[in-house]
Ligand binder design. Structure first.
Ligand SMILES: Nc1ncnc2c1ncn2[C@@H]1O[C@H](COP(=O)(O)OP(=O)(O)OP(=O)(O)O)[C@@H](O)[C@H]1O
Length: 214
């Protein structure tokens, strides 16, 4: 693992006086695969929005030292536009010279045949694939993913983790928010969010990680 690409310092957040985050601090290193787990309503999405700069914390600070890719639980897609139109829109936003990487990702997730389809005609899982492609197509150094495999079938789920492993190997930091316990074995570090603070939990032994189908 490498340099620290994300630092969260004493993050606090509350909604109408109810504290959700009570001083969250942690670092994420380049080339690491990190999980934030916690029960429904624990504050995981709130934390991720703050880390991505989409929500202002009530206290504390975030330092990002890499290009950000963010895949939220809120859809960023326009149902009336096609997959291709979304790619071109994000190409402009990211100032990319071409769509090579985006198209390779589409191919990887096996939905190149839907390039001309309007988003409203896509299944939930295919929309989620598009969300991921849009978060990844500019090759960010720091990837923040909120429940990224919701709606994925098993093969797509495995493809997701293979890709996450490759990104990690090329030095990308990948932070995945999930409430799914069986993801834990795939992660280098796991932080458990409970009562508004993060506690590092023990990942499973690396040997059992390798035994999982990838
Ligand atoms: N905009 C908001 N206004 C008021 N309360 C909010 C708002 N956003 C989140 N909350 C509350 O803050 C708490 C944490 O919500 P958050 O969505 O961050 O949790 P989570 O861990 O991501 O949950 P889940 O696993 O269900 O997605 C919840 O009790 C939620 O109801």
């Amino acid at each position: 693992m490498g340099d620290t690409v994300l630092t969260a310092h004493e993050l606090r957040a509350s909604y109408r006086g109810r504290q959700v985050l009570r001083g969250v601090r942690f670092d994420v290193e380049a080339g690491s695969l990190v999980g934030v787990v916690g029960e429904n309503g624990a504050g995981k999405s709130t934390l991720l929005r703050i880390l991505a700069g989409r929500q202002r914390p009530d206290g504390g600070s975030v330092v990002r030292r890499a290009t950000l890719g963010y895949c939220s639980q809120q859809p960023v897609l326009n149902p009336s536009l096609t997959v291709d139109q979304h790619l071109r829109y994000f190409q402009l936003a990211y100032r990319l010279p071409g769509l090579d990487r985006a198209l390779a990702l589409l191919d990887r997730f096996a939905f190149t045949d839907r390039l001309g389809s309007r988003v409203r005609t896509l299944s939930g899982g295919t929309r989620q694939k598009l969300h991921l492609v849009l978060a990844l197509m500019h090759n960010p150094g720091l990837l923040l993913l909120d429940e990224p495999y919701q709606g994925f079938d098993w093969e797509t789920y495995l493809r997701f983790w293979r890709l996450a492993d490759e990104l990690r190997a090329q030095g990308t930091a990948v932070l995945v928010v999930s409430h799914l316990v069986f993801d834990r074995s795939r992660l280098d570090r796991i932080h458990h969010l409970a009562d508004g603070t993060l506690h590092e939990a023990e990942p499973e032994a690396p040997s059992s990680r390798r035994e999982l189908a990838r």
